[in-house]
Design a protein around this ligand. Structure first.
Ligand code: ADP
Ligand code: MG
Length: 249
């Protein structure tokens, strides 16, 4: 579904991602792990068009998307969440999610000025889609509250709803459980599983190993920008190189 070849990103003299080959398995939960600074977020940024790769190619559904801008990639059905959530704190939960869906709609300046039928239909669609996404992540009850008044864990769920509102086929989740407590982590894991059950392809950066071992079908390990291992959770768990990278031995 998504194929990456020789992906490299240099920031000045620092090689954040180094010649990584990777393929995402469709309909599965694909995890990326590795120590801090390993290049995981940068890897996501390259695929989703936040940064341009220095070298390499990215193919999504047989189409090359290397160096396409983020909004174009989003329209193709690639969604992501960020390590730190970017939400409009003084807007309602629902309005935040509506913005997510607007990315995928077609109305243009002409439609906006003349308030065309298409625009009005799309506005209704956006609201419906936002409500559906909020229901999916279990946030219908706070949809009219200001983001600033909801909990950290709820904000994480809003970020999920935002990604889902773009009607994606693949979702990149960057450390979705960072800063949430163990019970909430279990709830987030359930939500990720629910997204996969719905047929979404998931690509997940995560530090919590028990969760990864339970959820993931496939794991890639990055260390200093390089892929040092990949395989099933069972294979990764007994991989010598991975143990060394984590234990610093
Ligand atoms: P991870 O997500 O695995 O913790 P990152 O992808 O955030 O790692 O970072 C990998 C390396 O790239 C780090 O050395 C980091 O300092 C560097 N890096 C990331 N983003 C930038 C940037 N925008 N400009 C310069 N260096 C960056
Ligand atoms: Mg990161």
């Amino acid at each position: 579904m998504l194929e990456v070849k020789g992906l490299t990103k240099r920031f000045g003299g620092n090689v954040a991602v180094k010649s990584v080959d990777y393929s995402v398995q469709q309909g599965k939960i694909n995890a990326i792990i590795g120590p801090n600074g390993a290049g995981k977020s940068t890897f996501f940024n390259l695929i989703t068009g936040v940064h341009e790769p220095t070298e390499g190619t990215i193919i999504y559904k047989n189409e090359e998307i290397t160096r396409q801008p983020a909004n174009v990639i989003a329209k193709l059905g690639v969604a992501r969440t960020f390590q730190s959530t970017h939400l409009f704190e003084m807007s309602t939960v629902k309005d935040n999610v509506i913005v997510g869906h607007r990315l995928r709609t077609k109305s243009n300046l002409f439609d906006s000025i003349f308030r065309t039928k298409r625009l009005k239909e799309e506005e209704q669609q956006c609201i419906a889609k936002a409500e559906e996404s909020l229901d999916f992540v279990g946030l219908s009850h706070v949809s009219d509250q200001l983001v600033t008044n909801i909990s950290q864990e709820e904000k994480k769920r809003v970020a999920f709803a935002l990604a889902l509102a773009t009607d994606p086929e693949i979702v990149f989740l960057d450390e979705p459980t960072a800063g949430v407590n163990p019970d909430e982590t279990d709830e987030m894991a359930k939500l990720i599983q629910k997204m996969a059950d719905k047929g979404l392809t998931i690509c997940l950066i995560e530090h919590k190993m028990p969760m990864i071992m339970r959820l993931a079908h496939h794991i890639m390990v990055l260390n200093y920008g390089e892929k040092i291992a990949e395989g099933t959770p069972a294979e990764i768990q007994k991989n010598e190189e991975v143990i060394k990278a984590y234990l610093g031995g």
